[in-house]
Design a protein around this ligand. Sequence first.
Ligand SMILES: [Zn+2]
Ligand SMILES: [Zn+2]
Length: 436
Amino acid sequence: MIWNQRSELYNIEPLGLETGMVESLSSYIIRLTYKHNLNVGDLVNKLIIPELNKDYLIKSAIYGGDSFFEGAKTINGCMDNSIDTVRVLELFTTRNDLSNLTLYRFKRFFSLRNLFNDYLSWCPKCINEWSVENLEIYYPLVWHLKNVEICDKHNCFLLDFCLNCHKKMKFLRRKNIPGYCSNCFIFLGDSNLETEKKEEITDWHRFLSLNILNLLKLDFNLIHTEFVIIKQLNFINEKFFGGNMSEMSKFCCIPNSTLWYWIKGINKSTLEGILLICFKLNIEIIDFLLKGKKVGINTNSINLLFSNNEKLQRVSIPIDFRLIEKKLEGILKLDIPISMTLAANQIGRDRRVLYRKFPVYCKMISQRYRSFTKEKATERINLLKKEVQVIFQLLIDDGIFPSRREIEKRLGKRSVFRERVLKEYWKNLLVEHKLI
Ligand SMILES: [Zn+2]
Ligand SMILES: [Zn+2]
């Protein structure tokens, strides 16, 4: 088939709309091309890319490059490549609901960086069931998220490599048939293939899977305000931790500074972080987002959780090397680095044990955290310098001598000049203005 700029595509309906198992945009592209008897590569190069009108993609398509496919990891997210692809596909299929196949609606509420797996994960049992029941095989959005490791329905781990060729699969390849390995083309729902025994499914795995499914099903119009997360965090901090942020940070295993940025609304909370807070407080994320201040936690349950947490830490659990390594890797990829103490807390293992068994990872985590805090400290000082400078100038303009006391008074911060670097800065300003 030869494509013209304005060729129309079949208006096929996305699968699982309005359910937690809603299809992903990448899966929709795979099914769409499959129905047209085409390769994903044809659809992308001959239809999507020309309409996206991005020079670098057009050049890449002409010269056989892979720019579009390399960026495809985030195609189910909320960035420009995803929004643009939705626009183009809606144009050609005349549909208007394809943004539901991405996390676009999450964008107003959560920071979504680093949320997607690099490779496709799938539940072989789901695929097998759909095939037996003659249903269409597709890849739900939930299977693409890093935090979802199990199938809630079948209570089993998702697979992220082919049991036949042992390769991992990029979820958008030039050649892709729904339900088949894109390397060796074996059926992904084959129940005869032996599955590897992984670690035990934990309550945290189940919580993540179930809550993300519920979140994907949620009509986000029901959320009253985009500030709901800030409001709830403030409410929880006040009501259950008496406004003591470090208590809350310890209890929820979220670094103090990170939590502070979230509660003050300076940084957007990560989806994973809010899920962790909900898990620790034993509430559903849907309730957290929808129930306003009626979110049902009582202090007894917190006290109970406190004691359970302590108990959990004392039990000696055999080390699962692969699992811990994976978690350490994940911690290294966090947008906001955390200390090894918190990392150990999140993993649920003693810090010294981790240092002994995984010295390289631990040193990297700690190094990364140190440079992060150093950077934050510099940022803070620079901000204060800027404030001092502005007030200094305002005072001069008003004909008032910019004394330390006067500046501190206007700043509303009493001990700014106890910090040597700021005192020096102020002195330099005085010299510059020939005031001393
Ligand atoms: Zn399943
Ligand atoms: Zn394979």
